[in-house]
Design a protein around this ligand. Structure first.
Ligand code: ADP
Ligand code: MG
Length: 704
């Protein structure tokens, strides 16, 4: 092996870089050494073998390459409209090349009558064609310079360009580096047998070809190899963490199924769905080993996660442990408390409630002492229940509803609530995550999916309306209310402190009050600026059917359950994300009858908003909606992904490279199945690579 440390060399020592540009590269692109520079891949390629005909340009045309002759060059307009215009002609037509900046410099470079290659994104307006700020190069120069037919294009920034690091100079530096690297600089990190099986090129070849592909096929192979490599190592890290955790993290052993669990099961008024049965089985398998459970239960709103959680708590009680359930808001916690008390009626189980709003010293003291002496078996509350003064006698299980609202520190606190082992943890989320994402974001966590609704639930009929239909919408509300139904009207409030949004909400409230006057109608209003007690009061009124209309901000988003509410109206729909819309809609249709959701928006909408609204109208399936959401916004914006490694994917795309991901995961699993610590000789390349690339990834489950 050579002792060359080429790729570890600081970037300032690269010829043509130097300290100042190096500084910029570090700041702008996090490129610190030759290796980082090598690993910055092109984000597209200019296909020099393909020339577009000017005559074929239309509105749809994306970036293209043209070959032709520069016919004329003149400066037109004045002041801010002053620009340099070049007339460019090929055999099929003419197009204008336009420069608003740097005209003097460009004018000097160009020769009228010269044969050029031009690259850029054309504008097309009433048959007038132009390309603003094109890349332009003499045909002869271009031909002489590069042998490859696919030119890499690297991302750069304005600041880097100002330092002379524009597309072409970067390309030149890359070429030099790629020519300099030897096979030993980029040792193979995949076992031979995997490469053979999947027909992957070597790492060395792939890295050369990703930058300067000799042809389209080599490029494809290189991309494929590097995407696989990236996803494979991500999966190895996730699955290894999970495997090691399972091997080392001891937990409580719930061996018995006793009176609490059985008694409850007997008095259940309905049959569990197959999905629920499966999930409960998965949970029981977890807690019956002496390892700590860390499981996420994903299921659409109303799929019956809470029953699964409750039955797990009963299992804890049957084994002499306490259990707790944390919800993100006081309203939700209270609702869980009420429901669970009702569900457990007739069974001899002590359930208590704790939230920050319980202030009375005596009352609080009693709750705490009954918890400490074990009288209380189930504690339900907000994050108040992981505060320091709260001491359990023996907490064996913690259920977290809607995990994404809990921070890292809070999860750590929870783990310390129990000794000698941390409690089993079950996280429930109603935000379905696309499968590919779950594989990655929660790859080191066990995931259960409830992908089946209890029988009888009909999809919520969803329609899109604009302000022009306002009166008809009011009319429809009146019809529903006449049938004894209740209505939600939801306003966006991104930040609870945004005055503008609050005004919006209040205006909406006033106009609704005018249209639906007392005493025929009663209206509740709930928003984030209200005191918790007032919010609660209004929610309870609505829940008791004392008010027919609930005007609210998204505080009602999570979990609130009023089965008699059948109509949900969402205002300014374009301001909500898909996941949130889906959550909101889940508030209605819980009673089994027909339910409706009306998405109000302005008439003019962006393509993306239109797509979101259409998706909502087309489907009620949370997993499908999550897939669309990921396609629209990219995986980085999907809840739950922020802490995972997937934001730093270099080349793979979780949406487009789904197949590669599945393969990578399968193979990673097989590798670790009987060689968790990667001790086999054939797995040494993986181990060595992991050891030398300890970048960034933090396991999610470690902190849950
Ligand atoms: P989630 O927490 O997933 O939103 P819940 O557990 O709150 O859903 O269940 C929604 C409603 O459906 C509750 O009223 C619950 O009692 C009811 N439910 C749950 N499982 C079933 C089932 N298998 N059959 C009929 N109803 C069910
Ligand atoms: Mg729920």
């Amino acid at each position: 092996m050579s002792e060359r440390k080429l790729l570890k060399t600081a970037i300032e020592y690269m010829k043509g870089v130097g300290p100042q540009r190096a500084d910029m590269l570090k700041k702008e692109l996090s490129i610190f050494n030759f290796g980082d520079f090598l690993m910055q891949f092109p984000f597209r390629y200019v296909d020099k073998t393909q020339f577009h005909r000017i005559a074929d340009i239309d509105e749809e045309t994306e970036n293209i390459q043209l070959k032709g002759v520069l016919r004329r060059l003149e400066t037109v307009g004045d002041g801010r409209k002053k620009r340099l215009v070049g007339r460019f002609r090929d055999a099929s037509g003419v197009i204008d090349l336009v420069w608003f900046k740097g005209a003097k410099y460009i004018e000097k470079q160009l020769q009228i009558g010269g044969e050029y290659v031009v690259y850029g994104k054309p504008n097309f307006f009433k048959s007038y064609k132009s390309i603003p700020h094109p890349e332009i190069e003499l045909l002869s120069v271009k031909n002489a310079q590069e042998a490859s037919s696919l030119d890499p294009v690297y991302s750069t920034t304005e600041k880097l360009k100002a330092r002379g690091l524009d597309v072409k100079p970067i390309r030149k530096l890359k070429r030099k580096l790629v020519e300099a690297i030897q096979e030993t600089d980029v040792p193979e990190n995949l076992p031979e047998y995997i490469r053979t099986k999947l027909k992957l090129p070597s790492r060395y070849e792939a890295l050369k070809h990703i930058h300067f592909p000799p042809d389209a096929r080599s490029l494809k192979l290189a991309q494929n190899r590097l995407k696989f490599e990236e996803l494979f190592f991500l999966q190895i890290k996730l699955l290894q963490t999970r495997g090691i955790r399972k091997d080392t993290l001891l937990g409580y052993h719930f061996e018995k199924v006793g009176d609490a669990f059985n008694g409850f099961y007997k008095q259940l008024p309905f049959e569990l769905t197959n999905a629920q049965k499966r999930v409960i089985k998965e949970i029981r398998r977890d807690v019956a080993t002496n390892r700590q459970m860390n499981r996420l239960v994903q299921g659409d709103v109303g799929s019956g996660k809470t029953i699964c959680a409750l039955m797990t708590m009963l299992l804890a009680i049957d084994n002499g442990f306490q259990a707790c359930l944390m919800a993100p808001t006081s309203i939700l916690a209270q609702q869980h408390f009420n429901n669970i008390k009702k569900d457990l009626e007739g069974l001899d189980i002590n359930v208590a409630f704790l939230s920050g709003s319980i202030k009375g010293k005596k009352k609080r003291g009693k709750i705490l002492s009954e918890l400490a002496d074990g009288t209380t078996q189930i504690l339900i509350g907000t994050h108040a229940l992981i505060e320091d003064p709260v001491v359990f006698k023996n907490l064996g299980l913690a259920i977290i509803d809607e995990q994404h609202r809990f921070g890292v520190a809070q999860r750590a606190k929870l783990w310390r609530k129990s000794k000698p082992y941390p409690p089993h943890v079950l996280v429930m989320t109603a935000t379905p995550i696309p499968r590919t994402l779950a594989m990655t974001a929660y790859g080191d966590l066990d995931v259960s999916v409830i992908d089946e609704m209890p029988p009888g639930r009909k999809p919520v009929k969803t329609i899109h309306k604009t302000e022009a239909h306002r009166l008809r919408v009011f009319g429809f509300m009146k019809e529903e209310i006449k049938k004894g139904r209740q209505v939600y009207i939801v306003y966006p409030l991104i930040e609870e402190s945004e005055t503008l949004d609050l005004n919006n909400l209040m205006e909406g409230y006033e106009s609704i009050s005018r249209e639906f006057p007392i005493p025929d109608y009663q209206i509740s209003i709930v928003h984030g600026r209200m005191k918790p007690a007032d919010k609660d009061f209004e929610m309870q009124r609505f829940a008791r059917n004392e008010t027919q209309i609930m005007v609210a901000t998204t505080v009602i988003e999570v979990g609130v359950n009023v089965p008699n509410a059948t109509l949900m109206i969402i205002e300014n729909t374009e301001r909500f994300g898909l996941a949130q819309l889906h959550q909101l809609r889940g508030r209605v249709g819980r009673g089994g009858g027909d339910a409706y959701c009306i998405l109000m928006s302005s008439y003019k909408l962006s393509t993306e908003s239109r797509h979101r609204i259409k998706t909502m109208c087309d489907t009620n399936d949370g997993f499908k909606i999550a897939e669309e959401d990921m396609k629209l916004r990219g995986p980085g914006n999907i809840t739950g992904t922020q802490q995972s490694g997937i934001l730093h994917l270099r080349i793979a795309d979780l949406v487009k490279d789904n197949k590669i991901l599945v393969t990578a995961r399968e193979i990673a699993k097989r590798v670790l199945d009987d060689d968790l610590k990667l001790e086999r000789p054939e797995h040494q390349p993986i181990k060595v690579h992991l050891a030398s690339n300890r970048d960034g990834y933090k396991g999610w489950s470690r902190i849950s």
